[in-house]
Design a binder for this molecule. Structure first.
Ligand SMILES: Nc1ncnc2c1ncn2[C@@H]1O[C@H](COP(=O)(O)OP(=O)(O)OP(=O)(O)O)[C@@H](O)[C@H]1O
Length: 316
């Protein structure tokens, strides 16, 4: 059912003068998800988001927002109210105060005066700019300006947010502040699509991830599914004894695939195909073999590694 999806596209395509920027994309995003759209420069992320925000006319294909067809005419004004779009080149009016800037947009959305006041206070609190309400925008830091842009994007209480590279150019602290705000918005029930070419920005935030390459959506899945499908179990092992003896014992375990020596030379990173019980069995067997272990630590390959593998698969 189309209604189950906050966003659903069918064969969505954008062609610019013979060049295809977005190619036959069937994107599905459930309500309440934080969906990370990842891809290198020029992959088509901005073009896709602009079409979802009704800022760009698709060459072909259809877009449904909460089950309603998105068209770039005035046939469905409710849809505009449901959407909040933060473009990558966000415009700010440097000479205005923070309050006047937000009020200007609240008026554009026809919020009546009492709602406007309440809403301005709410969003300023959310983006932690209450104490800057009288400041001129040109005096704000880049991180504050980006939070102000986000405040403007949600002033009309949309239920779907489209954020195009919102953290690019921000320092680690500003990125973290931005992520915290996104988490609050998700908890409030918003569906959020957020693009980046920096995976680590998204790994902590997203519930699902899509990867774009050369206009195609080459992967789209929940994070848990990706972990399950692609992330290998690894075990870090340390010993006080001879490495060869540990390696000999590892060779006898059917779930040990390969290993690599860690830089400290007294530790190994083992690629392991078994389940939790098999890890426990390996640990028991090493102890029974009298190997003086200093460390036995199970980890999962992180998202960065998974995506590098995926990129490699796509390229090969
Ligand atoms: N208005 C336009 N006219 C012609 N070509 C365009 C236009 N907009 C985008 N393109 C081209 O479409 C392709 C996809 O661009 P897009 O900006 O959507 O990618 P992106 O993944 O957002 O990249 P980035 O990470 O650099 O922002 C690029 O080759 C770009 O040059």
């Amino acid at each position: 059912m189309m209604n189950d999806w906050a966003i659903a596209t069918y064969g969505l395509t954008k062609r610019f003068e013979g060049h295809i920027a977005v190619n036959e994309i069937d994107l599905k995003i459930k309500s309440g998800e934080v969906y990370g759209l990842i891809g290198p420069n020029g992959a088509g992320k901005t073009t896709l988001i602009r079409m979802l925000a009704a800022a760009e006319e698709p060459t072909k294909g259809e877009i449904y927002i909460n089950g309603d067809r998105l068209l770039r005419d005035d046939s469905n004004p409710l849809q505009k109210k449901r959407l909040g779009y933060l473009p990558d080149d966000f415009p700010l009016y440097d000479d205005l105060t923070v309050w006047d800037y937000l009020e200007y947009f609240a008026r554009l959305y026809n919020l009546n005066p009492s709602v406007r006041r309440r809403r301005l206070q709410e969003v300023l609190e959310l983006v932690q700019l209450e104490n800057k309400r009288k400041s001129i925008i040109s005096t704000l830091s880049r991180g504050m300006k980006q939070r102000l842009s986000l405040a403007r994007t949600i002033i009309h209480e949309p239920i779907l947010l489209l954020l195009d590279e919102p953290v690019s150019g921000l320092d680690p602290l500003a990125r973290q502040q931005f992520r915290q705000i996104i988490k609050i918005l998700q908890e409030a029930g918003m569906t959020i699509l957020i693009s980046s070419h920096v995976l680590s920005d998204l790994a902590e935030l997203c519930t699902s991830v899509g990867i774009m390459e050369l206009g195609f959506l080459v992967e789209s899945a929940s994070l848990s599914e990706l972990y399950q499908r692609l992330s290998r179990q690894q075990i870090i092992l340390g010993t006080l004894g001879k490495m060869e003896i540990l390696q000999q014992a590892l060779r006898q375990n059917a779930f040990v695939e390969t290993w690599e020596m860690m830089p400290e030379r007294d530790r190994l990173k083992v690629n392991f195909t078994g389940e939790k019980q098999d890890c426990a069995d390996l640990l028991r067997s090493l102890i029974l073999a009298d190997i003086p272990l200093t460390e036995f630590h199970c980890i999962q390959e992180d998202l960065e590694t998974i995506f590098l593998k995926l990129g490699h698969q796509q390229a090969s």
